[in-house]
Design a binder for this molecule. Structure first.
Ligand SMILES: [Zn+2]
Length: 74
């Protein structure tokens, strides 16, 4: 028996056939909804510069620089 592979629409959880032109969305409507979520920032876009660890490193580097700048004779 042939197993019909399907995905679930990330927006409405409806089954989506793998050969659906809107994969992984069930419809163009859900695709647009998903794009809107990205655009509105509901989804966090991960990029190296936004990585908390990287930001912490940047903060530390700037703090060190500040300390050096203000480290005149105390
Ligand atoms: Zn959908």
């Amino acid at each position: 028996m042939a197993t019909q592979k399907t995905l679930h629409c990330p927006i409405c959880r409806k089954d989506v056939a793998l050969d659906d032109p809107n994969v992984p969305f069930c419809s163009d409507r859900c695709r647009v909804i998903d794009l809107g979520k990205w655009a509105s920032g509901e989804y966090k876009i991960t990029s190296p510069i936004l990585d908390p660890d990287v930001l912490a490193d940047l903060d530390n580097a700037q703090l060190r620089k500040l300390n050096e700048d203000t480290d005149d004779d105390d």
